[in-house]
Design a protein around this ligand. Sequence first.
Ligand code: GAP
Length: 451
Amino acid sequence: MAAPATTMDKIVALCKRRGFIFQSSEIYGGIGGFWDYGPLGTELKRNIKEAWWNDMVRNHPPGPDGREFQMVGVDCSIIMNPKVWEASGHVGGFSDPMVDCKCCKGRFRADQIDETPCPKKPSKMVGQHADCDLTEPREFNLMFQTHIGALQDATSIAYLRPETAQGIFANFKNVVDSSRVKLPLGIAQIGKSFRNEINPRNYTFRSREFEQYEIEFFCHPEEAAIWYEFWRDLRHSWYTGLGLTSDLLRLRNHEGDELAHYAKACADVEYDFPFGLSELEGIANRTDFDLKAHIEHSGKDLSYFDAERKERYVPYVIEPSGGVDRSVLAFITEAYTYDESRASKEFMNFHPRLAPIKAAVFPLVAKDGMPEIAQPIYEEIRRQYPCQYDAKQAIGKRYARMDEAGTPFCFTIDGQTKEDGTVTVRNRDDASQDRIDKSRCLEYLRDQLHI
Ligand code: GAP
């Protein structure tokens, strides 16, 4: 019998049951568009961010044709001088069209009413129920406003950043002047961004508070096309390398009429979630648009003197811009596997680098000298890998819990261990069991995980 289709309901239920993702402020009824990560989700998200930082910044591959380039990081403030957002165009143009319904008092994105169920009659879409009474669309700026200092007037308005990118542009000169770097140069940042989405939806996919990982890659204008292709392909293969290997992952090049006015080329890495094909990351050749905008608004010279070319120019920028929370959701969706034959019925086959827990150590029973053998094995493993020890419940239930957490290997100390010194090692992916000498658990794990 074919496995039942993966649905968002199943994923949401598992995420809550096992502590991957919780609704923010749940005990007070939640708050739309905000989410919390539980113990397993926190480890998973950290692993994704660490993999990104390691693979893109610290240990990045060589560029096209083996070209060298440098990557460094910044960690910028969430609230910046509001002039940044005037220069970037966010104050003037970062908006979505919004309509209100005078009947149900709901607020909707005008361009999404055909896919949004009417709150009064969810079998119909907004605008299609006889009582729907929609206003004309008007633009709604997505930036969250706040005030700085004690006075709350027009002069104290500030914004929570809607993207991490502008912190990088605003610091381009600081980084170049302080860090003995030269172009081609990528500046990376991971951090929270905020957008007051009119309709947050599809679980964590469209949230009001989310994390981004962004790179602004500065290069000579003549080399931008080649670097764009490099980053587009590298970012796509990064996802496949971490386990998004199914044909649910796509790379889609934008057509000319889809491109933003400042962009020369753009592609999206998309994932086919149960709610449809949706963007995980965009890779764009943004030309010199952003730096020139900041030169104009700040009056500062942000051009770069290229000592090798003996030329001064405003660099072009390639921007791979991804959402960490969307990646978490894609990795969870891809890992979710239904298996009728096992006790948990469902398990998470995370890539070993991403698995929140890498191994578990179980004494079959909490007596007969088994915990005394299990404890030192656990102590040895946990110094190198996130590992759990569990001596309670039937062994089948303990395996089931580890299956749902996506733990690749479990080591069980049983009656035979005392006779011949071997332990059972159970593999998450096929539930197969093997026996290895108890002294080899850590070594076995290292060989199997390749991390
Ligand atoms: N600096 C360019 C930029 O911010 P974007 O396409 O608006 O581009 C980049 O955002 C990425 O940030 C998206 O591909 C997505 O992964 C993530 N993202 C954007 N809005 C989001 C939201 N409301 N909730 C979760 N992730 C979001």
